[in-house]
Design a binder for this molecule. Structure first.
Ligand code: ACO
Length: 371
């Protein structure tokens, strides 16, 4: 009997993150996600997921210095950007740029654990620059160089908007990065681990992971959730919209989950962030629309929101264009992907599931003229 979607397959052992889908709980290396979202910085999470311990102050400063130094991608990628900005989606740009980065990494084909760690940190460092640069180039605005005095999240807002970021906005974005950083054996992480399990390189694994994340059933759902909220327009329309969609057997994006059978704990944090940001920005509309969609979807189908629903509202209010929402998910999940790839390399066996054959058997070849 096949296990469609591999729900009951344990594909790897991991020390990076864990989920209790019935209780709606998520831990990074044993720390509850709400605790980390409330108290940690994204840079601490990068260290934690890769080193399985929270950093000391000196370790954090070391890592932050490395990330700041590596924010500027290779000039070749900057030269390629106008072509990509004209002809591709931001996710395709990210996939192509990450793949091309393999040609310029100073560690080259060194596959020692130390080199793999540095390669991971470089990819994490350069991803926000690529995304912000893409948006500046496609909208015909000057490219803003990274600011070494700013955190990963604040620097992204700076490079995207070209204005000194509001510290509270940067804090909100930082928290969303933490929430998106890892999530056990999701489709894109599994993709990355499968590629790594053939002893292929980190860049190939990241390229594959970005491709897997792009789909609307996975990371693409935050963009679809925002489009849905825009189509709904006001909270009073939510009920009819959800009913219609469900009657047509269409998915409500930002709802349901392969593992959580209750509220996704990341959605709880994001719901609060969306409400608070809406109050601060005097834009309560988005929270109201999303929560009206939530209410009807639960009534109609018993489905809970996942990470992508309220994240869309938060990103929209931070002035992030809708088609950059999944690339932002990718820049945060790059941390989890690279940590999983290093974990795979450390204790590898090629991943090769079986399949249940359901086609015809015992056939004999018929010559071409006789068919
Ligand atoms: N809208 C409408 N119906 C849904 C939804 C949804 N969002 N989610 C699940 N269902 C339906 C399924 O179609 C299925 O119906 P059926 O029994 O009539 O066929 C039933 O609910 C049970 O589905 P599950 O087995 O719980 O869902 P599955 O594990 O197959 O899929 C998935 C999980 C892909 C996340 C699904 O819920 C979905 O498509 N959601 C919308 C897209 C989305 O938000 N994706 C982001 C997920 S989180 C992440 O990747 C970051």
């Amino acid at each position: 009997m096949s296990d469609k979607g591999l729900r009951d397959v344990i594909a790897a052992q991991t020390s990076i993150s864990d989920i209790d889908g019935t209780a709606g709980r998520l831990w990074y290396v044993g720390y509850e996600i709400e605790d980390l979202a409330r108290n940690a910085s994204f840079e601490e999470i990068i260290y934690l997921l890769h080193n399985l311990e929270l950093p000391t102050r000196a370790e954090l400063e070391d890592l932050s210095r490395f990330l700041v130094r590596e924010r500027e991608p290779h000039p070749f990628l900057a030269r390629m950007m106008p072509t990509l900005a004209q002809n591709t989606s931001p996710m395709s740009m990210l996939r192509t740029s990450v793949s091309a980065s393999s040609a310029f990494d100073p560690d080259g084909w060194d596959e020692s654990p130390e080199a793999e760690y540095r390669k991971a940190m470089r990819l994490i460092a350069e991803a926000p620059t690529l995304i912000a640069t893409f948006d500046r180039v496609r909208t015909g605005r000057e490219v803003i160089p990274p600011d070494p005095g700013l955190s990963h999240a604040a620097n992204f807002l700076w490079m995207l908007h070209g204005q000194e970021p509001d510290p509270e906005d940067a804090g909100v974005l930082d928290t969303t990065f933490i929430l998106y950083a890892d999530h056990t054996m999701n489709a894109s992480t599994f993709t990355a681990r499968i590629i790594a399990s053939t002893l292929s390189d980190t860049f190939s694994a990241m390229t594959g992971a970005i491709g897997a994340l792009k789909g609307p059933l996975h990371g693409g759902a935050n963009e679809e959730a925002q489009k849905m909220a825009e189509e709904v327009g006001k909270p009073e329309n939510a009920e009819a919209y959800v009913r219609d969609r469900l009657a047509r057997k269409e998915k409500i994006f930002g709802f349901g989950h392969a593992v959580y059978k209750t509220m996704d704990p990341r959605a709880t944090v994001l719901k609060q962030l969306c409400r608070e940001l809406g109050e601060r920005r005097k834009q309560p509309k988005w929270y109201e629309i999303f929560s009206a969609i939530e209410e009807t979807t639960f009534e109609q189908k018993g489905l809970y929101p996942n990470v992508d629903l309220y994240a869309a509202g938060v990103y929209h209010m931070l002035g992030i264009p809708t088609d950059l929402m999944t690339p932002i998910f990718a820049l945060a999940r790059m941390v989890g992907w690279t940590a999983h790839v290093r974990e795979q390399y450390a204790d590898n066996r090629i991943i090769r599931p079986g399949s249940e054959y359901i086609g015809p058997r015992d056939r004999t070849y018929v010559p071409l003229d006789e068919r």
